[in-house]
Ligand binder design. Structure first.
Ligand code: RP5
Length: 163
């Protein structure tokens, strides 16, 4: 869906169980997104085509999730001036530490805003993307404030034995 403000890209179908948390968070904020599978090593031509035209296609922020040798966010950032938020997907071999380190350790000059491993990172990438867009969208800023207030209101003042 071209023209939507946020692209969610991921290296594999297997990443969707993590990245869907970003999608659900954007939906809760009333933000449109386009979710795509774009693998840096299995579909490099798709990556090139996506990243090179992402800005012209109307995207404003890219959320990129990948696991293992997670070069997708970095390669994407290298080919677009748009802000890229990287989500390290939990890998089987190294529990996502490989993903985290390969996304976060970008050499100076091409940034990838790197989030936590797994669901927390996916949710927070969506919230950061929303915060960026909210700088120029007062209605979205209000929805984001409401989302945060609802989160605060859901926290009990005292612990309960009920779980
Ligand atoms: C990466 O390899 C993907 O981002 C995924 O996290 C990981 C494993 O992919 P599959 O073997 O499940 O397709 O490219």
């Amino acid at each position: 869906m071209a023209g939507t403000p946020i692209a969610i890209i991921m290296g594999s179908q297997s990443d969707w169980s993590t990245m869907r948390h970003a999608a659900e968070t954007l939906e809760a904020l009333g933000l449109a997104y386009d979710a795509r599978i774009v693998s840096a090593h299995r579909t490099p031509d798709r990556l090139y085509a996506f990243a090179k035209t992402a800005k012209a296609d109307g995207f404003q922020v890219i959320i990129a999730g990948a696991g293992g040798a997670a070069h997708l966010p970095g390669m994407t950032a290298a080919m677009t001036p748009l802000p890229v938020f990287g989500v390290p997907v939990e890998s089987k071999a190294l529990s996502g530490q490989d993903s985290l380190l390969s996304i976060v350790q970008m050499p100076a000059g091409i940034p990838v805003g790197t989030l936590a491993i797994g669901r927390a990172g996916a949710v927070n990438a969506a919230l950061l993307a929303a915060a960026v867009l909210a700088l120029h969208d007062p209605a979205l800023a209000e929805r984001l404030d409401t989302w945060r207030k609802r989160q605060s209101d859901s926290v009990a003042e005292r612990p309960s034995d009920e779980s």
